[in-house]
Design a binder for this molecule. Structure first.
Ligand code: F6R
Length: 595
């Protein structure tokens, strides 16, 4: 979704802005723009509904006054108003003196617009963000100080927002945020702000995260100084991802790189936590109480990972678990002794952030399982477990899924040991099984690469797909169907195999592809026969003898995790055969910051 970058650099800012915007591309966008101050003191605005390459060409072709070191940039994912150039950020006030980029939603934009229009402000667009420019303009009529004007203006805003405001006459740059992520960094090439730390990966080692309501001028180390009140300066956080982590590293696309990396990433997770699982220390170091039940919330792939983790708690600990789509979590009944487990790779998903507000009211301790330890979810949680997948650029989640499962399973096994619900010996055996996963995932990747692309060519004309599984295999069927629909744009539904005969079997005709995640259950074989009898085309992912034989080893409480690799490769191969962009599937965004 939308991304912000702002900078005050020692050399022309446009190059930094373009690099940062490219790093934000993965979030998904439909227009992009920058506003850059020239050496002559004017602000030049360039916007396009095309890709960042088009913006770069416009910058290269610019033959006006030389660009200076101050600028702001934005990738927009349209929510209010169509994806047109005029609606693209940065937006400006009536005079063009103030340029603003904005992430989030101004919920009271219409009321503000009416007030501002009635006091003479002229609007160029229907975009909610434009009201911010006019609010700052209005405040600047009362004070000459941009920082004070922005502080005054943001008081009127309702909803989640992060903004960067550039003043033409002075070149001052002020950023602010509330319930929407924004980080600032002081580096040896200049000052930066961005909605996503990966935008700054090339220059930043340490950064600070704005707290809700912070308004900061990019002036260097004194950014948080406020003459009117005592302000707590946020601690410096270290950037844990290297710039190279967010490159394609010779792969055709990020998705193929991220699928391949899974074995290495899982090995890294286990290196980090493996020794502390069966002692119970991984759990006790988090400082949370033991629990009697678990409530999992998440969306999409993260929720699928949550189902796997929930199965482990249920099967090994005998504890009740509910797993809820975060956007539907409102109105849940709270029970004492509940651990709330919120799972989100980005840690910025609005639905998840809303779901935890309700639970905080219910009093459940909150454990966040995130890939970004500096995210809003991580900051709001009572304890944080990182899944350590490294930056995931492809919009479709792949390596974060497997890492979430392994990190989540590890912490839950540890919790069960700490609570005396699982013996240390049993946990040791489980940890040994977990330690075999990197090899099993790598093996599954090799087998799948040989078989799946040719299979995808055969299936390219299928209009839809059914995925089935039973028990611990079910979350993987769900994940396979989700990947396939988001990348190939074909319908794909998953069902518990036993449920087919209660309705979905009507979908099966001659040649309908039915992907079976085979965990070896004998009942599954019966369900497969029912599909075959109706002419369905079975593609099984499971042990030796399956169409894609990748599952090697005994059934584990976390199910056949290696089966997800061929399912990811199937979705990618189909999408490529259909000519789709696998890293940026249509209509989707990486970090879903709207409800
Ligand atoms: C699917 C996918 C989405 C996300 C979902 C939650 O490939 O990526 O379904 O899993 O939008 O996102 P996070 O994990 O950031 O909360």
């Amino acid at each position: 979704m939308c991304g912000i970058i702002a900078c005050k650099t020692h050399s022309p800012s446009a190059a930094y802005l373009l690099t940062g915007l490219r790093r934000l591309e993965y979030r998904g966008y439909d227009s992009v723009g920058i506003a850059v101050r020239t050496a002559g003191g004017d602000v030049v605005r360039m916007r396009t509904i095309h890709r960042i390459d088009a913006l770069e060409r416009a910058v290269d072709d610019w033959d006006g006054a030389a660009f200076g070191g101050v600028g702001i940039g934005h990738t927009r994912w349209a929510t209010h108003g169509q994806a047109t150039e005029v609606n693209a950020h940065p937006h400006v006030d009536c005079t063009g003196r103030i340029s603003v980029v904005h992430n989030g939603v101004i919920e009271n934009a219409e009321a503000l617009r009416r007030d501002l229009a009635s006091s003479g402000h002229r609007f160029a667009t229907g975009v909610d963000s434009e009201v911010i420019c006019h609010l700052v303009e209005q405040r600047l009529a009362l004070t000459e100080d941009l920082l004070a004007a922005v502080k005054g203006a943001v008081v009127a805003l309702e909803g989640p927002w992060a903004i960067a405001v550039l003043e033409e006459s002075t070149g001052r740059l002020v950023v602010a945020a509330s319930r929407s992520p924004l980080v600032v960094a002081h580096t040896n090439v200049g000052e930066f702000a961005a909605s996503d730390i990966t935008a700054l990966a090339d220059w930043v080692d340490e950064f600070q995260v704005l707290e809700d309501g912070d308004v900061v001028e990019l002036t260097g180390v004194n950014g948080w100084h406020d003459p009117d009140k005592t302000v707590v300066t946020p601690a410096l956080a270290r950037f844990i991802w290297r710039a190279g982590d967010s490159g394609r590293m010779g792969h055709a696309d990020f998705m193929s790189k991220e699928i391949e990396e899974q074995s290495e990433c899982v090995a890294r997770v286990l290196d980090e936590v493996g020794d502390r699982i069966s002692t119970g220390a991984l759990w006790s170091d988090l400082g949370l109480q033991c629990f009697d039940r678990v409530r999992v919330v998440g969306c999409g792939t993260s929720l699928n990972a949550g189902h796997v983790i929930g199965n482990v708690v249920r099967l090994l600990g005998g504890l009740p678990v509910t797993s809820t789509v975060a956007s539907e979590a409102g109105g849940s009944v709270f029970e004492p002794g509940t651990l709330m487990l919120a799972i989100s790779q980005s840690g910025e998903t609005a639905d998840v952030l809303n779901a935890i507000v309700d639970d905080a009211a219910g009093g459940s301790p909150l454990l966040a399982l995130v890939n970004n330890p500096h995210s809003t979810l991580a900051r709001r949680a009572d304890a944080v477990m990182t899944c350590s997948a490294g930056p995931e650029i492809g919009v479709a989640a792949t390596k974060t899924f497997t890492c979430q499962i392994v990190a989540g399973v590890a912490v839950m096994i540890s919790a069960l040991v700490a609570a005396g619900r699982l013996s240390r010996t049993a946990a040791d055996t489980l940890v040994d099984d977990l330690r075999r996963l990197p090899d099993r995932l790598a093996g599954a990747g090799s087998v799948a690469e040989c078989i799946v692309p040719a299979l995808a060519d055969e299936l390219v004309d299928a209009s839809g797909f059914v995925f089935i599984a039973r028990g611990v295999g079910l979350p993987y069927a769900a994940e396979g169907a989700l990947k396939l629909k988001e990348l190939s744009y074909r319908w794909a539904e998953h069902y518990p195999a036993g449920e087919l005969k209660h309705g979905p079997l009507a979908l099966i005709t001659r040649g309908t592809p039915v992907v079976v995640v085979d965990d070896g259950s004998p009942k599954l074989a019966t369900n497969v026969s029912e599909v075959r009898a109706r002419g369905g085309l079975i593609v099984s992912v499971g042990p030796l003898g399956s169409s894609i034989p990748v599952v090697d080893g005994p059934a584990a409480p976390w199910g056949p995790i290696e089966s997800v690799i061929p399912l990811q490769i199937l979705a990618r191969s189909l999408a490529i055969a259909l000519g789709h962009d696998v890293d940026k599937p249509r209509n989707l965004a990486k970090s879903v910051t709207v409800e």
